[in-house]
Design a binder for this molecule. Structure first.
Ligand SMILES: Cc1ncc(COP(=O)(O)O)c(C=O)c1O
Length: 395
């Protein structure tokens, strides 16, 4: 085993060498602009994009024309939310979401609120339920005549909660409201098929699934009535006018290879990740006093992502813990997922107080992690927690 050990696979993943191999020809041979329709360099690049689009669409149960390539899930979320709001009549500008969404959903909603839209952000904590799951009935109760869009993520990036999207989709469809789903942490890890979910818009990205950074997609439903969006980037009219800009051909080819590999390997990879995750958790609770689990129980495979673990270590500062762990890469409860490291809004939304939020770590176990690395992680965390608690008690 080689240190440092990477257990931060929700933040990003190492690009799979098979994905790199698929991308390399796009830099040297297929370098044409897919928008150049007048020569064979452009045609070859367009063919590569078309094939990749078809693969990605097939994996999520969409048609080719329903995939819009973007620079990543942040852009996809912005396009979906702002795109719908800006296309709605002023009287129909009520949007609903939940407190544990990614900032790239919550911040566009906040901006829309400042511009006069009516926004409802639903809490997820109920009593001592700290799973982070939203009850579909809460969504149903919040929908009014003026509601245009509901945005609920499929799987949470901090606590792994899988939301009841099927039920939420059914409610939205019945009430004539659009549903956007941020499936960034779910695509490639769970069976996600838009033809089986009543989802109208869905965001996902390549770099969470062993593909390259800087490329993502928004699924925009066309079947049974096309969803209309206001473009957020204007220019050459690429992607049906919804997202102008020269397509990232190597990124798109890598994205398709990455999603294909996840799909092929998912059946045996998910239980392998869950077993590694359970081993880590068992070691932590057995060897360290005062460890608590955040998010859904680990034995509920349909409610929690296989590779996700979030724990609080009472009385320890997560940042100090991360520094003390040196060769182990994880995220803390005041994670710098954005430019400003502040206590995680997700853990706060579960009802954790700020001390416990700061005493939390998120582990993201992925394709390249081994049992030996999990053993290293358990020992490193135990030694660091004991050392920090010793320092605190002696001060
Ligand atoms: C749930 C979720 N949504 C959106 C994003 C943003 O994705 P990207 O980095 O592709 O913009 C992330 C990544 O951190 C995420 O975990």
């Amino acid at each position: 085993m080689r240190a440092p050990v990477y257990l931060d696979n929700h933040a990003t993943t190492r690009v799979d060498p098979r994905v790199v191999d698929a991308m390399v020809p796009c830099f040297v041979d297929l370098f044409g602009n897919p928008g150049s329709t007048s020569h064979r360099f452009g045609h070859a690049a367009k063919r590569a994009v078309d094939e990749s689009r078809a693969r990605i669409a097939a994996v999520i149960g969409a048609s080719d024309r329903e995939i819009v390539f973007t620079s990543g899930a942040t852009e996809s979320n912005n396009l979906a939310i702002r795109g719908v709001a800006e296309r709605s009549r002023a009287a129909d500008r009520h949007l609903i979401s939940i407190a544990t969404e990614h900032k790239s959903v919550l911040d566009p909603l906040r901006r829309l609120a400042r511009k006069g839209c009516s926004i409802t952000i639903l809490p997820v904590a109920r009593g001592d339920d700290r799973t982070g799951r939203i009850e579909p009935e809460r969504i149903a109760e919040s929908i009014g005549n003026e509601t245009r869009l509901v945005s609920v993520m499929l799987a949470n990036n901090e606590i792994g909660t899988i939301q009841p999207i099927r039920e939420i989709g059914r409610i939205c469809r019945e009430r004539g409201v659009l549903l956007h789903c941020d499936a960034t942490q779910a695509v490639g890890k769970l069976a996600v098929r838009v033809d089986e979910l009543d989802v109208d818009l869905m965001s996902f990205t390549a770099h969470k699934i062993y593909g390259p950074k800087g490329v993502g997609a928004l699924y925009v439903r066309r079947a049974e009535g096309r969803v209309r969006l206001e473009p957020q980037i204007d220019g050459g009219g690429q992607e049906g006018g919804l997202r102008s800009g020269t397509l990232n051909v190597p990124g798109i080819v890598g994205f398709a290879k990455a999603i294909d590999l996840c799909e092929e390997e998912r059946a045996h990879e998910a239980p392998r990740l869950a077993a590694l995750r359970d081993t880590l958790y068992d070691r932590l609770v057995r060897e360290i006093p005062g460890v608590s689990l955040n998010g859904p129980p680990l034995d509920q495979a349909d409610r929690r992502l296989a590779g996700n673990l979030s724990c609080s270590f009472a009385g320890v500062d997560g940042e100090a813990l991360m520094i003390a762990m040196g060769d182990l890469a994880v995220s803390s409860g005041s994670a710098c997922t954005s430019a400003n490291p502040e206590p995680s809004h997700v853990l706060r939304a579960l009802g954790l107080d700020d001390d416990l939020v700061r005493a939390s770590l998120r582990f993201g176990i992925g394709r390249f992690n081994t049992l030996e690395e999990i053993d290293f992680a358990a020992r490193t965390i135990r030694d660091a927690v004991i050392r920090l608690r010793g320092l605190r008690d002696s001060s």
